[in-house]
Ligand binder design. Structure first.
Ligand code: MGD
Ligand code: MGD
Ligand code: MO
Length: 747
């Protein structure tokens, strides 16, 4: 931020050359100094956006000179981005020009994992892939043997054209669901009828904020200014987390809880305010359904003593937390983190927290709410998804569910669909799916080896599939196990459109520079594949055959979107990001999207999906090894992205650590920075230990991520155990990423 405001000052004065660089900028390298001596008018300025899977989805302004991206700033028009980028955003220039970017299509001639690669032309790559699609169709009578693994490497709207490419080829197999937030999505849908939260910018009006299992100081830094503003106005900020996080360090109070027990805490808080008659009786009577049954459940099953034993939180703290939230007054808010629900009982924890917030009457208020996420601004046309399967295509007719087999029972049903496979069990699905087996896997915007469970099983799975295609910017471990690698562009080399699942801004992304090397964007690749496969066998693909980024982008807008954003033409976005004009307060007036139209303490829908009707306590997974292992997110990377850059590596030290409590370290003879082996039934990692009481005894932690020069992968230790919810709205249950256990020893 400092550097940005410095630059801003320089630009405001028009010319920079008068600054005595030697005194002010001692630390700046030559590359940086160049900017301080130039006029803003020397640059071509473009609008861009960060398309990564992140709350903040920043609006970017980029500065280009002689066709080269020189530097970036956060857009100032967005009050959320507010002119500043995070450490990752500021490293983008290096990402674009990274010497390690994939440059040309490649074929692994020695077979998967052999490391024997040959550079091939785009034409050869596409011909090989097209022929594999045609072979499978001929052999199986359908394209269910082709599978797409795509998630969140790039979350811009245009990239849904990758799914569109698959739909345009026929009915295929899809790894559906999400490893990210599904349990909480279902929970909020059961309770309120949608996942919908307020504009984060209104947190500044909150009288108290509980950050419950969320770490915005690392994962949503732009939200923090609103938290600080609330704090400055006297709001207490409380963090509930098993780990003493960066966010906890900035809070007024930190409540350290045993992982997976938050349901008990929230229910005990609910019981306490019901007992003390501190709940919002009027709101509950008017706007809720099933309160008396919930109250009965609390009376029979919940006590602060019971919750204290389970959670490790003293009874007094539980009652103070509950009373404090009510007494702070309205509006007060709870931000429920995605990290918290990655447990076998994650959905039930979110339901319990929702119930507590509802009891306090804080839902539906500006500055209030049980905040989780929203998709209110995602009403684009998804134009590239709409072309449909070629005439005569057949597909899946079986039950929709994990491991579901293609029903060959005569194809009695007239309608075909794609075959859904579970994204959280990718290895298992690739190995076990039959009739037909998966023999073409297309991986884009996804790094299964970095981010999916059962890494060692994935090696077998990738080897089993006849052809694996990985489209990426970098040679990650998924690429290592591919047959064909396709180099893709960064967002600065393509047209795109971005919205957030947290804030309410929409940003356009322009092609600021030409594609580097032979890289092509995913949608152009789809067009080229369409052209190629149709040339081999006419009528094989309905996807457009000519790429036109601007035209495709223009097709995303509709009247509803224009109305919501108060726009007449999408080109208005070229002047800067635009914020939605409506929907900024979730559930205003107590009108909910549930069958009863009320907040449902008692949800028939939850029962339909095999969950309890009420927000009840569900016990977490039993330990299967000595210490719990958690793998949360870090500010220096976004999943497997950014930490592979040389800049970030220099900045961050570039190596992973196992964080372990002094007690656990002492018991194992481990000293700070000793090399340790961390192992369990799934695999083993070797890394240095950091002995710290930021993690409590009994818990170890390593940040997820891919580090430069290594295939280090926390998912070596993570299995594919399911979360309790997610199936309804995302198609598959979530994954219990933090319910893992390990042994640790010095090596
Ligand atoms: N152990 C553990 N595992 C986790 C998590 C955890 O906390 N702990 N978090 C989970 C969560 S919350 C999530 S959301 C997932 C994320 O999992 P992924 O969606 O797989 O995550 P990324 O590493 O962000 O992106 C995947 C790849 O997309 C590539 N990419 C970027 N832009 C483009 C593009 O335009 N086109 C193409 N073709 N590729 C592109 C990147 O280079 C990267 O290799 O991970 C999950 N896995
Ligand atoms: N810099 C950066 N920003 C990111 C990302 C990134 O990788 N890097 N990823 C983006 C994505 S895809 C996501 S999903 C979000 C994730 O955003 P967050 O949810 O903020 O991040 P996590 O690190 O997954 O988890 C948050 C916290 O949950 C805690 N937690 C785990 N189990 C429990 C529990 O049982 N109870 C409680 N109370 N807390 C628990 C962890 O200790 C951790 O501190 O961030 C987004 N933003
Ligand atoms: Mo995520």
């Amino acid at each position: 931020m400092e550097r940005r405001s410095f630059l801003k000052g320089l630009f405001a004065s028009g010319v920079v050359a008068s600054f005595p660089a030697s005194t002010v900028l001692k630390a700046a390298d030559e590359q940086e100094l160049k900017h301080y001596y130039t006029k803003k008018s020397d640059y071509q300025i473009y609008r861009n956006a960060c398309p990564r899977n992140c709350y903040d989805t920043c609006s970017i302004v980029s500065y280009v000179k002689n066709g080269r991206l020189e530097f970036l700033e956060g857009a100032e028009e967005s009050t959320y981005t507010n002119g500043g980028l995070c450490v990752k955003g500021n490293s983008y220039v290096r990402r674009v020009y990274s010497p390690e970017r994939l440059r040309t299509p490649m074929l692994q001639v020695g077979g998967k994992g052999s490391g024997l690669w040959k550079r091939i032309s785009w034409d050869e790559a596409l011909e090989r892939i097209a022929k594999q699609f045609l072979k499978l169709k001929k052999q199986d009578g359908n394209l269910l043997g082709a599978c797409l693994s795509k998630y969140s490497g790039n979350f811009d709207i245009m990239h849904y054209g990758i799914e569109g490419m698959f739909s345009s080829l026929g009915y295929t197999s899809r790894l559906v669901g999400t490893p990210c937030w599904p349990a909480g999505i279902d929970a909020q849908n059961f309770d309120m009828g949608n996942m919908w939260c307020n504009d984060p910018e209104d947190m500044e009006h909150s009288k108290q904020i509980i950050l419950w299992g969320v770490n915005p100081a690392e994962t949503s830094i732009h939200s923090f200014k609103y938290i600080y503003k609330a704090q400055e106005k006297g709001a207490k900020v409380i963090v509930i987390d098993p780990l003493f996080t960066t966010t906890a360090a900035k809070a007024d109070e930190f409540v350290q809880i045993r992982p997976g027990t938050d349901g008990a805490l929230a229910l005990a808080m609910a019981k306490h305010i019901v007992e003390k008659k501190l709940y919002d009786k009027k709101w509950i009577e008017k706007n809720s359904h099933g309160f008396s049954e919930f109250k009965e459940y609390l009376n029979k099953n919940v006590s602060t003593k019971w919750a204290s034993e389970l959670t490790g939180v003293p009874e007094k703290v539980i009652t103070m937390l509950a009373e404090g939230f009510v007494k702070a007054g309205k509006p007060s808010s709870v931000w429920i983190g995605y990290g918290m629900q990655r447990h076998s009982n994650g959905g039930s924890m979110v339901r319990a927290i929702d119930a507590f917030v509802a009891l306090t009457g804080n839902i539906g208020l500006k500055g209030g709410g049980a905040r989780y996420g929203h998709l209110q601004t995602w009403g684009q046309n998804y134009y590239l998804m709409g072309f449909g399967a070629p005439k005569g295509s057949t597909g899946y007719t079986g039950a929709v569910g994990p491991m579901g087999e293609f029903d060959k029972g005569g194809g009695a049903k007239a309608t075909y669909t794609d075959r859904p496979l579970n994204i959280n069990k990718t290895a298992r699905e690739l190995l076990e799916t039959k009739s037909p087996e998966i023999n073409l896997l297309w991986v884009a915007c996804k790094n299964p080896f970095g981010q999916d469970a059962n890494r060692n099983e994935l090696i077998k799975a990738f080897k089993k599939v006849e052809m694996v295609v990985v489209a990426d910017q970098f040679f990650n471990e998924s690429a290592k196990w591919a047959d064909i690698v396709l180099p893709v562009t960064t967002q600065f080399e393509e047209n795109a459109l971005n919205v957030s699942y947290w804030h309410y801004w929409m940003s356009i992304n322009q092609a600021a520079i030409k594609p580097l090397f032979e890289a092509k964007n995913d949608i152009e690749i789809a067009c080229l594949l369409s052209k190629k496969i149709n040339s081999l066998e006419a009528g094989s693909c309905t996807f457009p055959q000519e790429y036109d980024g601007e035209k495709f982008l223009s097709k995303e807008f509709n009247e509803g979107l224009y109305k919501q954003f108060g726009m007449k033409d999408y080109r208005e976005l070229l002047k800067g990001p635009v914020k939605a004009k409506s929907g900024l307060v979730a559930w205003e007036g107590g009108k909910f999207g549930t069958p009863s139209g009320k907040f449902e303490f008692k949800s028939a829908k939850a029962k339909e999906f095999g969950n309890a009707e009420l927000p009840v306590f569900l016990e977490g997974r039993k330990p299967y090894d000595a210490l719990r292992f958690m793998s949360p997110h870090t500010r220096f990377g976004l999943h497997s992205q950014f930490q592979n850059l040389d800049w970030m590596s220099q900045f961050n030290g570039g190596e992973p650590f196992l964080y372990i409590n002094p007690k656990d370290a002492l018991a194992r003879g481990i000293k700070d920075l000793d090399l340790v082996a961390v192992s369990n039934k799934n695999g083993q990692l070797e890394l240095k230990a950091k002995v710290t009481d930021n993690v409590p005894a009994g818990i170890t932690m390593a940040y997820e991520g891919w580090y430069r020069g290594s295939y280090f992968n926390v998912n070596e230790l993570v299995d594919d155990t399911e979360a309790d919810m997610g199936k309804w709205k995302t198609g598959m249950p979530g994954i219990a990423i933090h319910d893992q256990f390990v042994s640790v020893r010095k090596i």
